[in-house]
Design a protein around this ligand. Structure first.
Ligand code: S3P
Ligand code: PEP
Length: 424
């Protein structure tokens, strides 16, 4: 839970928007890019200045972990981290607690495997259910003494600064973060290192491109001999000043609010200027209320809850495919979205294997349908269902502070666009 809670209420109710939402609302910095840049700055000798950064639970956990390992992380203002490092992450005195931050947990696990001494990577009760075994097995195959008895955090690493071979095969079916983690760690090795995918299946490939872009900005050299393999040179990282773009997943709520209310929200950045995978959601969202009958969410996974809630107001039903990974995010998002929609009106959503089918009903708009939405402590469930509240009277979001994971000002931003929010 965020230290600086935005509302500190158990629940809040969205009052339907009386008029189109309009105004300027710039999403916070990208979580994915901030946590990559923080790690690479921590692995680089010298001082790196990260601007436009996200300050939220997930990035605070990463920054705290770096501090616990001897890195100086200063925060001169609300969107800047200044990171000064000797270029190594010293074994911390206590386990690293990373909340439910998947990026911090996976990225650090691989990077610390090249450290020296004992590191314990742990998280909250949700993180302790999120699989990390494929990454742990890959590191074991590199001679690292690493153990995660449940297949989820906590992970204990006894590192001696080296891998015993220069190639690893990784199954990224459950999470692309395992690949990103190995890629970022590999530049700190002593020889060129090859990463190969075990299967064709990988989560959103766009996150790999994002990883490579941040690595290159910090001086790494990477080539891609085949679509499913990468060779990383042992360059280490060079401290640099780095500008972080706004968060594309956060942008999806604003894009959806805009089409739902026929408003005009200025995000301060054009959709085509994002480099993050979720920006693909823009073209889908703009088709509302004529969303396609089938949407493949595999390459814009974090945007699926947003589009699924939007789909409830579409003119025709939508089947979401390619979303099996959503079951191992902050919560089982297929189940959470389906539960929330069916709570609003029975039959609005169906789980079909790992597909989600959303029955559409434009007539939902304007109705009073009181529903307490269980967010399952998942920021994206809270933020997505707030969108339903813009059109339906009676939508109450439970545990609204969970937005602090990636978008602490979410409720303030909605208010600034004219949304009335009743806290209780
Ligand atoms: O690399 C990243 O920054 C991310 C990768 C995705 O996770 P998976 O790779 O686990 O699907 C995404 O859902 C997450 O929010 C951020
Ligand atoms: C899946 C998410 O986060 P992470 O895996 O980084 O915890 C998310 O932010 O939607």
């Amino acid at each position: 839970m965020s230290k600086d809670k935005v509302m500190s209420k158990d629940k809040l109710t969205i009052i339907p928007a009386a008029k189109p939402l309009s105004g300027r609302a710039v999403p916070p910095g990208s979580k994915s890019i901030t946590n990559r840049a923080l790690l690479l700055a921590g692995l680089a000798r010298g001082t790196s200045r990260l601007t436009g950064a996200l300050k939220s639970d997930d990035t605070r956990y990463m920054a705290e972990a770096l501090r616990a390992m001897g890195v100086t992380v200063d925060e001169p203002d609300a969107t800047t981290f200044v990171v000064t490092s000797a270029g190594e992450l010293k074994a911390p005195a206590a386990p690293l607690f990373l909340g439910n931050a998947g990026t911090a947990t996976r990225f650090l696990t691989a990077a610390l495997a090249l450290g020296h001494g004992r590191y314990v990577v742990d998280g909250d009760e949700h993180m302790r259910k999120r699989p990390i075994k494929p990454l742990v097995d890959a590191l074991k195959s590199l001679g690292v003494a690493i153990d995660a008895p449940t297949g989820c955090p906590p992970v204990t690493i006894d590192a001696n600064g080296r891998f015993t071979n220069n190639k690893v095969v990784i199954d990224a079916g459950l999470s692309s973060q395992y690949v990103s983690a190995l890629q970022m760690a590999a530049a700190c090795g002593s020889e060129p290192f090859t990463i190969e995918l075990a299967g064709a299946d990988i989560g959103a490939r766009g996150y790999i491109d994002l990883t490579l872009a941040v690595m290159r900005a910090f001086g790494a050299r990477v080539s891609q001999p085949t679509p499913s393999s990468w060779v990383i040179e042992p360059t280490g990282y060079t401290a640099t000043d780095f500008v972080i773009e706004p968060d594309a997943s956060a942008a999806t709520y604003l894009w959806a609010a805009e089409v739902l209310t026929k408003g005009a929200i200025d995000l301060g950045i054009a959709n085509e200027d994002f480099t993050q995978p979720d920006a693909k959601a823009y073209d889908v969202i703009r088709q509302f209320p004529h969303l396609p009958a089938e949407i493949d969410g595999s390459q814009m996974q974090d945007a699926v809850p947003t589009i699924a809630v939007l789909a409830a107001f579409n003119e025709t039903p939508v089947r979401f495919v390619g979303i099996a990974n959503l079951r191992v995010k902050e919560c089982d998002r297929i189940h959470a979205v389906s539960t929330g929609l069916n709570n609003i009106r029975a039959g609005l959503a169906t789980e079909d294997g790992d597909d989600l089918i959303v029955a559409s009903d434009p007539a939902l708009a304007g109705q009073r349908l009181p529903a307490d939405i269980d967010t399952f402590a998942d920021h994206r469930i809270a933020m997505s269902f707030a969108l339903a509240g813009l059109k339906i009277d009676g939508i109450t979001i439970l545990d609204p502070d969970c937005v602090g994971k990636t978008f602490p000002d979410y409720w303030k931003v909605l208010s600034s666009l004219g949304v009335a929010i009743k806290d209780e």
